[in-house]
Design a protein around this ligand. Structure first.
Ligand code: AMP
Ligand code: ZN
Length: 145
């Protein structure tokens, strides 16, 4: 998926309609066309970028900057008790549109969404080994100064 074929780039360019709720120089927020709860909103950067690990920290910062205001407005608009902020990255994680985006999913008590959280416990030593590999792979030069 590139800028020419990307559905979110088409929305940003005004070639496909959307139900816009907010826009600034760097980000656009609009209602998800296939919501999983009332008010389900997507927040996308205007610059095409496929997923978080391919995105510069300035772009991610622009998304984060808009998030508190948007989450508050979305939650209030639908009288939600809370919300999930989701970001699917890659096919295995359920990403369908390869233009990085945050889902704001308003939640209400006993709404039945995400009932399963399949947590488990690491066997002895495994958490430390994984953490060590993560640390080895950190590229600190990517962090915004
Ligand atoms: P993801 O699985 O994280 O890639 O989610 C992509 C989301 O984009 C889905 O929830 C879709 O319903 C939503 N979506 C796809 N096309 C449109 C569109 N034209 N307008 C609004 N939302 C869309
Ligand atoms: Zn795009």
């Amino acid at each position: 998926m590139n800028v020419q074929t990307c559905v979110f780039c088409k929305i940003i360019a005004g070639q496909i309609p959307c139900t816009k709720v907010y826009e600034n120089d760097a980000v656009l927020a609009f209602l998800d066309i296939g919501p999983i709860s009332d008010g389900h909103t997507l927040v996308v950067p205007k610059a095409h970028t496929p997923r978080v690990d391919k995105t510069d920290s300035h772009t991610m910062a622009a998304l984060a900057q808009a998030l508190p205001m948007l989450a508050d407005a979305v939650q209030q608009a639908v009288g939600a008790d809370g919300y999930n902020i989701l970001c699917n990255n890659g096919l295995s994680a359920g990403q369908i549109v390869e233009h990085v985006h945050l889902h704001i999913v308003p939640r209400k008590k006993n709404d039945g969404l995400f009932n399963q959280w399949p947590s488990f416990q690491y066997p002895q030593g495994k958490a430390g080994a994984i953490a060590e590999k993560i640390i080895q792979n950190l590229n600190l030069s990517r962090v915004r100064p």
